[in-house]
Structures are given as C-alpha cells and as structure tokens.
Design a protein around this ligand. Structure first.
Ligand SMILES: Nc1ncnc2c1ncn2[C@@H]1O[C@H](COP(=O)(O)OP(=O)(O)OP(=O)(O)O)[C@@H](O)[C@H]1O
Length: 257
C-alpha cells in the first residue's frame, strides 16, 4: 500500500484550533477541540457518523460560526473576519466536498475555467487555457477536456472536482470523504492523487474519512474525534495500537483490506 511520501513538513502552522465549542440547541457537537495542521502536512480526521467532522471543517472555512474558541487559518482568526476577508481567505482553500458537484451543462474545460474567470480578473485566453491544461495534467485527465460530466466515471468526476479547486492554487485542501462511494481501485487512485496534490501544490490538508485505507495511505497524522473531542492523535500505528475499546471497535468496523 502507498504510504504518504517523505515530504518536508514545516514547523509553521497552516491551521491552529484551540478550545473550540459548537452546539446546535441542546446538541453539543464540538466540546473543546484542539487541532494543529502544519504547513505541508496531511491530517486525517476520523470519527463515527455525526461526531462533528463536517461541522469542524465548515468552521475552518468560515461557513459556520463557533460558539467559543480560536480558529486560526493562515494566521487569520476566521470567526472575526468580515465577509470580504472570508471570501479572500476561501480563495486560498480548496474544498473537495461530497456534494461539490460539477456543472452538468458545462464541459470539463468550462467547469475548470469557471472559478478562475470569476475570481481572477484580466487573464488572457492563453493564460486560462494553460491553467486548465496544467490542472488536468495534475489529475491525469487531459483527454477529458471537451467531455461533459455525464460522460465521466465517478472517480473521474471526483478528480475533475479536485482539479477545479487546484486551479486557484490553494494553500489548504479540505477533503470531506474523498473516497466515499468509489470502488477499491478508484479509492487507491484518489489516495495517490491526494498525496500527489500535496507534492505538486505544497498544500496543507485535512482529510475527513471513514475509510481507514485512505487514512493510512494519506495521513501523516490521524486525529480521532469522539464525543466532541479528539481522544487520540498520531500516526496510523500510534492511533490504532491500543486496547482502548472505542478505538478498537472503530477499527474493526471500518478497516477493510
Ligand atoms: N446547521 C446545522 N444545524 C443543526 N444541526 C446540525 C447542523 N450541522 C450539523 N448538525 C448536526 O451536528 C452533528 C454533526 O454533524 P456532522 O455533519 O459534522 O457529522 P459528521 O461527523 O461529519 O458525520 P458523517 O460522517 O455522517 O458525515 C449531527 O448530529 C448533525 O445533525
């Protein structure tokens, strides 16, 4: 199995979260979360369904406001940012969300151009073409440039979705269940792509997954969220070499190889 490549991980933090709380009415989802992601690092967030993994990345992206705590992303305190500052910060964050669908009525080329043309003014046609060709090459799908999303496989659509975020040269990537619904070989290819993206774009990433093969293949560090807090953190082996019942049962239910 592919392991995360030996990539230099910085000492500077891309994301730093302290004492984060978030409730929805009586539902106390995050209860004192601390998390750091260093520059160039892939951090996998694990946890059972409904433990608040998506809420955590929505708070990081400024899509949800926390009740308490500090959330620093690229040295900016996210909950204090204005809408304009948030929009600027989000340009540096690539989102690969489960529902980040492509526009069905646009070709692959048009889908990829869309964020670039909307967010970067005064680009020439040849600069746009070059950017599209470069990201398609990065995800290994140059041949699909004139295809419609409906003509692509699930794995290809996922790759184009990732390419669409890469076109903005993000510093941070947030992957929410990147391998959900894909067959094992396509999962392995997406895991490799996540590692290649890090190599090529020097991104710092959070990868939310239930898929322990994905966690093992992509994570420099894993963090296990349980009952609103991180209960264990470390490499794959460090996290799972334990007699802790909650972690053992998570492993037994989720590891398929
Ligand atoms: N905007 C919201 N309003 C009310 N409740 C919410 C909201 N967003 C999330 N929740 C609740 O917070 C809890 C955590 O949701 P979240 O989507 O973060 O879970 P998750 O760990 O990502 O789960 P899964 O692995 O199933 O995607 C759930 O009980 C969910 O119903």
């Amino acid at each position: 199995m592919q392991q995360p490549t030996s990539h230099p991980i910085g000492t500077e933090k891309a994301i730093s979260i302290r004492n984060l709380y978030k409730s929805f009415g009586e539902l106390h989802v995050l209860r004192g979360v601390d998390l750091d992601v260093f520059k160039g690092e892939n951090v996998v967030v694990l946890g059972r369904s409904g433990t608040g993994k998506s809420v955590l990345i929505k708070i990081i992206a400024g899509l949800l406001k926390p009740d308490q705590g500090t959330v620093q992303v690229l040295n900016q305190e996210v909950p204090s940012l204005s809408e304009k500052q948030l929009r600027e910060l989000r340009l540096k964050i690539g989102f690969s969300f489960q529902n980040s669908a492509l526009y069905d009525s646009m070709t692959v080329r048009e889908n990829l151009e869309f964020p670039l043309v909307r967010n970067v003014k005064n680009l020439s046609r040849s600069e746009i073409n070059r950017a599209v060709e470069e990201v398609l090459d990065s995800v290994g799908l140059s041949q699909t440039i004139n295809q419609m999303p409906s003509e692509l496989s699930g794995g290809q659509r996922k790759r184009i979705g990732i390419a669409r975020t890469l076109i903005m040269n993000p510093e941070i990537m947030l992957y929410d269940e990147p391998t959900a619904g894909l067959d094992p070989i396509t999962c392995m290819e997406i895991n490799e792509l996540i590692n290649e993206v890090r190599e090529r774009y020097h991104t710092s990433s959070i990868i939310i997954t239930h898929d322990l093969t994905c966690a093992k293949a992509t994570g420099d560090r894993l963090a296990m969220l349980f009952d609103g807090q991180f209960i264990r953190e470390g490499t794959f082996e460090e996290v799972f070499e334990t007699d802790e019942e909650r972690i053992k049962s998570f492993y037994d239910y989720n590891f398929v190889e």
